[in-house]
Design a protein around this ligand. Sequence first.
Ligand code: CP
Length: 292
Amino acid sequence: MQHLVDTYDLSDEQIAMIFADAKSFKEQKPKKLLKDKLLFTLFFENSTRTRSSFEVAAKRLGATVVHLDPSHSSTNKGESLHDTFENLCAMDPDGVIIRHEYNNTPRKLADRELTCVINAGAGNYAHPTQALLDYFTMLEHFDGELEGKTIAIVGDIVSSRVASSGIRLFTRLGMRVVLVAPEPFMPDNNLEKYEKLEEIIDEVDVVMSLRAQLERHKAPIFEDYDQYAKEYCINHERIGDRNILVLHPGPVMRNIDISDEMLNDTRCKVLEQVRNGVYIRMAVLKALLLGI
Ligand code: CP
């Protein structure tokens, strides 16, 4: 049984196939390849994009999707996550798509080998389908050639599962990843690090801006996010006329992460990322549930 806890669960061949399938799903309406499949979505944290994107992807391929809202489930009567999961698995689904605050929850559930577990975001550790859709969006923009391109990840990197999964996938596939953040937002790893985007901007092909994840900070890190924005907001002044692709996984904090004007700039692909997310998740579901 194959799971997707992070992109290391996928072979290089599977990753290439996912990008090829996503491209073909985008070009022409897909067949109902998953018409006999049943999926549960189980989101213990809020989501706009990932949950709806998975559900749209599954339905476009003909699968049945049942959403269990944890706030109205028996979790509220004291049932453990493991019991909730086991009970869902007793209904014989083909997969459970889960988002959870703890880094290791998807792995622990996957290790029970009861059904295919797909990680839709866990703690600050992994968000594999976001990494795949981000890479796919860059791949489309650069006509399939990303080897050696430089991506600067800017913002609250230490709190970000998007950054963690992205760093693992992008470096594996030959990109140069540099990190730009104030000290409290910088993780401890061996990548190139900069305090200011201006120090590296002329070497950058892609900027990925991240939201300051206030809900994950145990205590406020900055008193004043307007001051933070003066240094880190991605705007025209900072990017200039450079041919740089601007990405953000969402939700965007307007004029803190990215300015209103930059969100309307053709170099900013935030909504294209969302569009591509559906095709990538269709391709991921096909790979995991049909084994092809
Ligand atoms: N990118 C992302 O994970 O967005 P949501 O939290 O809205 O799913």
